[in-house]
Design a protein around this ligand. Structure first.
Ligand SMILES: Cc1cc2nc3c(=O)[nH]c(=O)nc-3n(C[C@H](O)[C@H](O)[C@H](O)COP(=O)(O)OP(=O)(O)OC[C@H]3O[C@@H](n4cnc5c(N)ncnc54)[C@H](O)[C@@H]3O)c2cc1C
Length: 260
C-alpha cells in the first residue's frame, strides 16, 4: 500500500470511550480504522516519535489533524484518540460514525521542526495539555528507546482539569516502571486534589519545580492549543530555558505545513 498522500476512505472497525470527561470536560474516544492485513503505519512511512500525524476530512468543515495512538508496527489497523467537542465539526463527525462507516484520512503529515528540537538532547521535556498526550507519548517512547548516553532523562508533564479527564493510566504506569530513573511522569490537575498528582495549572512555578534538574539547554515539546503553547513557551523562557529557535523552524517548514 502506498503512503496516504491523498485522502482515502478508511473503515471504522471499533469505537471505545476512554474517558467520559469530568465536570465541564468532554469525552475522549478511541477510533480504530482498518488497514490492509500486511500494512502498518510504519510501512506507510509514519514516524510517530517525530510527531507525524494524519489529517481527517469531515464532509463539512475544515480538515483536522490527529496523532495516531497505536504502535507504529501494528498491522491491519490503527487508532486515533479524539476528544469530542460539542459542535466540533471533525471530532463530531468522527463521533457520528458507526462501526463499518468510513472516514476520509490522509498522512503522514510531518512536524518538521521536531527532529531539530530533539536533536542531540540528553534531557527532553514533554508538556501535554489534555488529549495532547496522543502526540507526546510516542515522542517519549521513541526518546526512551535511545541509549542512556544519548537520552538521559525524559520528563512528561500532563495537565488536565481532573482525574476523570485522564486515560492510559496503566500504560503510563508501565512506562514509569520500565524506564525507572529515566522517565518521570507528573500529573497536574487544575481542579482536583488527588494523591500522586500536583494540584496546579501548568504555570511558571510548576515548570520550574518539574524541570528543576534539567540543564537550561534542554529540549521541549509543548502540545496543546495555540494559546496554551504560547503561554507555556513564555513561562519556560521565564524559567531560563532557551526558547525554541522559531525563526529557523519556520524557514524549515515545507510548503504545506500550514494545512495543519
Ligand atoms: C498536529 C496535531 C495533532 C492533533 N492530534 C489530536 C489528537 O490526537 N486528538 C484530538 O482529539 N485532537 C487532536 N488535535 C486537535 C484537532 O486537530 C482538532 O483541532 C480538534 O479535534 C477540534 O476540531 P473540531 O473540528 O472537532 O472542532 P471545531 O469545529 O474546530 O470547533 C468547534 C468547537 O469545539 C470547541 N473546541 C475545539 N477545539 C477545542 C479545544 N482544543 N479546547 C476546547 N474547546 C475546543 C470550541 O468550542 C469550538 O468552537 C491535533 C491537532 C494538531 C495540530
Amino acid at each position: 500500500m502506498k503512503p496516504l498522500r491523498q485522502f482515502r476512505p478508511f473503515q471504522l472497525l471499533a469505537k471505545e470511550t476512554l474517558s467520559e470527561g469530568g465536570e465541564d470536560g468532554f469525552p475522549v474516544r478511541r477510533f480504530t480504522f482498518e488497514l490492509p492485513s500486511d500494512c502498518s503505519l510504519q510501512t506507510l512511512g509514519f514516524d510517530l516519535g517525530l510527531g507525524d500525524f494524519v489529517q481527517v476530512r469531515p464532509p463539512a468543515g475544515r480538515v483536522r489533524s490527529y496523532s495516531p495512538a497505536s504502535p507504529v508496527q501494528r498491522t491491519g489497523s490503527f487508532d486515533l484518540v479524539v476528544k469530542i467537542y460539542p459542535g466540533g465539526r471533525c471530532s463530531g463527525h468522527l463521533d457520528s460514525l458507526s462501526v463499518g462507516d468510513q472516514a476520509m484520512i490522509s498522512g503522514p503529515a510531518p512536524v518538521p521542526w521536531l527532529a531539530y528540537t530533539l536533536r542531540q538532547q540528553q534531557h527532553v521535556g514533554l508538556i501535554a495539555f489534555g488529549v495532547g498526550i496522543t502526540e507526546a507519548l510516542p515522542v517519549a517512547l521513541s526518546q526512551l528507546a535511545k541509549p542512556f548516553d544519548s537520552v538521559e532523562q525524559v520528563v512528561l508533564l500532563w495537565g488536565n482539569r481532573s482525574w476523570k479527564d485522564t486515560f492510559w493510566q496503566e500504560e503510563l504506569q508501565e512506562m514509569v516502571q520500565q524506564y525507572a530513573g529515566r522517565f518521570k511522569l507528573v500529573y497536574a490537575l487544575s481542579r482536583e486534589d488527588r494523591e500522586g498528582c500536583v494540584r496546579s495549572r501548568i504555570d511558571q512555578s510548576l515548570l520550574q519545580s518539574t524541570f528543576e534538574t534539567f540543564p537550561r539547554s534542554a529540549g521541549f515539546l509543548v502540545v496543546g492549543t495555540k494559546q496554551m503553547k504560547k503561554e507555556t513557551r513564555r513561562a519556560l523562557s521565564a524559567c531560563g530555558f532557551f526558547s525554541p529557535p522559531l525563526l529557523q523552524m519556520k524557514l524549515r517548514m515545507p510548503w504545506n505545513w500550514r494545512r495543519r
